[in-house]
Design a protein around this ligand. Sequence first.
Ligand SMILES: Nc1ncnc2c1ncn2[C@@H]1O[C@H](COP(=O)(O)OP(=O)(O)OP(=O)(O)O)[C@@H](O)[C@H]1O
Ligand SMILES: [Mg+2]
Length: 303
Amino acid sequence: MGTEAAANKDQANGLRTLNKNKPVQVVAVTAGKGGVGKTNISVNLAIALSKQDKNVLLLDADLALANIDILLGIHPRKNLLDVLEQRCSLEDIIIDGPCNVKVIPSSTGTEMMANLNAQEHAGIIQAFSDLTIPIDTLIIDTAAGISETVMNFTQTAHKVLVVVCDEPTSITDAYALIKVMSHEYGIHNFEIVTNMVRNKIEGMELFHKLVRVSDRFLDVHLEHLGSVSYDDYLKKAVKHQRAVVDEYPSAKSASEFRAVAKKMLSWEVSGEMTGNMGFFMERLAKQNAADAKGTDDNEVNRE
Ligand SMILES: Nc1ncnc2c1ncn2[C@@H]1O[C@H](COP(=O)(O)OP(=O)(O)OP(=O)(O)O)[C@@H](O)[C@H]1O
Ligand SMILES: [Mg+2]
């Protein structure tokens, strides 16, 4: 491995070993389509894990339309843009969210943040290695769709959650995202969260729809991490700028979030770099800004 590649490898490892020698579980929350519940899922899982004594860091990686702060009713004065422009360190922008969850806010409506190049992403990722606060889990709430930004963050994760709901566009777009991640980024394992379902059976059926088409056309393995019901209490909590697990702990969706979080606790934490990471580093080194947008989602429509 050349010196540059070795340096890049060290940089990316920063995300996975935030607390120096202790490996950190990195989880990216993605979806092919906007508005399917990524931010609600990120926030509620973060709080549910924190309530189970995990030190959780929540990264708002929706760099153009940050919304974790809005959802949690917190008011960051500084954000990732300040770190990128070297006005402060990453640690300076971390704020305390509910239930001890630490939040890294993004900036809203900044064109520059939406179009970071690979080097700038590497800068953000590098900044993680300097953190001294104890962290067990890093949850990354990504923007919708298949952009270079989403992929750069997603490739640093041990686990990729894909949120899907029972609408044709959500399924088609989730499939398209999984296809690009596996074909172009070497990610083959996905944890599916079925959201806004009416009941568990509907969640299972939705998951199996995605499995059927993926098994037929892709070399991937999907796990059903869990279902979250459509829940008016979740909506009510959003209006109060609170997470449902915090505001209405006995709501149906809150107990479902806790069940998903419990499953996550059983995941093995590894500080090792995976094939995905190696791939990520290669891309950083090459500054490859390939546009992944030309995805053909016709297979789903043929299904
Ligand atoms: N399980 C649920 N029950 C009821 N409403 C829900 C549920 N999950 C999400 N919603 C609603 O769907 C909307 C979108 O949710 P959220 O902001 O979490 O999605 P997103 O995928 O992060 O969107 P974006 O792509 O814009 O970032 C919100 O108004 C939220 O209240
Ligand atoms: Mg969101």
